[in-house]
Design a protein around this ligand. Structure first.
Ligand SMILES: *Cc1c(COP(=O)(O)O)cnc(C)c1O
Length: 399
């Protein structure tokens, strides 16, 4: 990849996505589940760029959405309503109503209170709604606490006795049609044990529900498949699928899988330019034009991203790669033995396709970076760099 050319053409900081890699990732996971009917419902929150959603839609992907904004994005990108799922702990009434009117595949319910809201709204609209219940299997996924969601102390899902009760209530309700069962124990999972354990617990519950004549047709295993940022040993898609499939004997539910990071994480890089080097007796800093507002993961999770200086080899004094934002937590990498750099050098931050642009903000009045797709050797802009005017549009008219 000619990063110099891309930086010249689109300026920095810049997100660059390899669409061929995204296709390959999608196909690998789809293929892994081929023993059964499956729907890969891409988790839109990982990277919600419309062109990227369109690409996935064309491959046959559905969408797992956590706001009505994401549902609208998915539809706009051509993903059909019957492949769209609406999840999340805090859905507003208007979001629930719109999802019903758009006749999406199902809503994943995360609490008893939400269950009653959804029933009431369905009744009011006169639209019976398909639902799933997110079950919390109380499994420790052994990942970062901020992205761990499967323990009873987490805000997500309901415990098994509550789930059983909700399914029975749904069965009796003329306004709710329980069609799915859902779990999602965390993100960046690299250990197969907890996934298999959770799947077993939820599959047993599904079998119980089948015996009670509750027709659960979708076994929704959430996302969470980890990728390699540094030296992790990611789970192979085939092993992941086998672990889940092995818990489903005697049922013929369709698997719904909601990968986000796995599809886009390693298919994206963040390109930034060196502004200055600053050396003190205590430390070496490489100050770049990208910052925590563009790529938050290092600051938020102390996440590791590999970095390299484009076109320069060798090692130098360990340096922190930091941005211009006025926070000591504003860094992209810490203590990396990078070669000496000069003003204008390019720094590549790898594995930035997931939860990169999607978590970006305008903090410090910094316009969000542009996004570029590379497909079959050709590059094209898929989101324009934000302008100052765009940033102030919603407030300037009140002056
Ligand atoms: C975040 C999330 C996902 C995607 O997680 P990844 O780790 O990116 O695969 C899938 N399903 C639900 C319900 C989520 O909250």
């Amino acid at each position: 990849m000619d990063y110099q050319k891309l930086a010249q053409r689109y300026d920095t900081p810049l997100y660059i996505y390899d669409f061929n890699q995204i296709k390959a990732n999608y196909n690998a996971l789809k293929q892994a589940f081929k023993a059964r009917k499956s729907l890969i419902a891409y988790a839109v929150k990982a990277n919600s760029n419309l062109s990227l959603l369109k690409l996935l839609g064309q491959l046959g992907s559905g969408a797992d959405c956590v706001s009505i904004g994401e549902v609208r994005r998915a539809l706009l990108a051509g993903i059909p309503n019957y492949k769209i799922i609406f999840s999340g702990v805090g859905k507003r009434d208007d979001e629930i109503a719109e999802a019903m009117e758009k006749e999406i595949l199902y809503i994943n319910i995360e609490s008893e209170a939400e269950f009653h809201r959804v029933e009431e709204i369905a009744q009011k609209l006169g639209i019976p709604m398909r639902i799933g219940v997110r079950v919390n299997p109380n499994i420790d996924p052994k990942t970062h606490p901020y992205i761990s969601t499967g323990l009873l102390e987490s805000k997500f899902g309901v415990d098994i006795p509550t789930a059983q009760r909700l399914y029975l209530l749904a069965k009796k309700s003329p306004w709710l049609e329980p069609v799915a069962i859902h779990f999602h124990i965390g993100s960046q999972l690299t250990d197969l044990g907890p996934i298999k354990e959770a799947s077993q617990i939820v599959a047993d519950l599904a079998r119980q529900l089948h015996r009670l004549d509750i027709d659960i047709r979708f076994f929704d295993v959430g996302g969470g498949l980890g990728i390699r940022y540094k030296d992790e040993e990611p789970i192979a898609p085939y092993d992941y699928a086998q672990a889940i499939l092995s818990t489903l004997s005697g049922t013929d539910m369709t698997i719904v899988c909601e990968p986000g990071r796995f599809i886009v994480g390693n298919a994206g890089v963040f390109l930034t330019r060196v502004l200055y080097e600053k050396e003190t007796p205590a430390k070496r800093f490489i100050i770049v034009d990208g910052a925590m507002n563009d790529l938050l993961r290092p600051s938020l999770y102390n996440a590791y991203h590999e970095v390299e200086v484009v076109g320069k080899e060798g090692e130098g004094r360990p340096a922190d790669v930091v941005g211009p934002v006025c926070e000591s937590g504003d860094f992209l990498a810490k203590d990396r033995p990078l070669p000496p750099t000069e003003h204008g050098d390019l720094i590549l931050v790898k594995s930035a396709g997931a939860y990169g642009f999607a978590m970006s903000s305008n903090y410090n009045s910094r316009p969000r970076p542009a996004e570029v797709a590379i497909e079959d050797g050709r590059d094209r802009l898929i989101r324009e760099r934000e302008s100052f005017e765009y940033m102030i549009e919603k407030e300037v008219r009140f002056l």
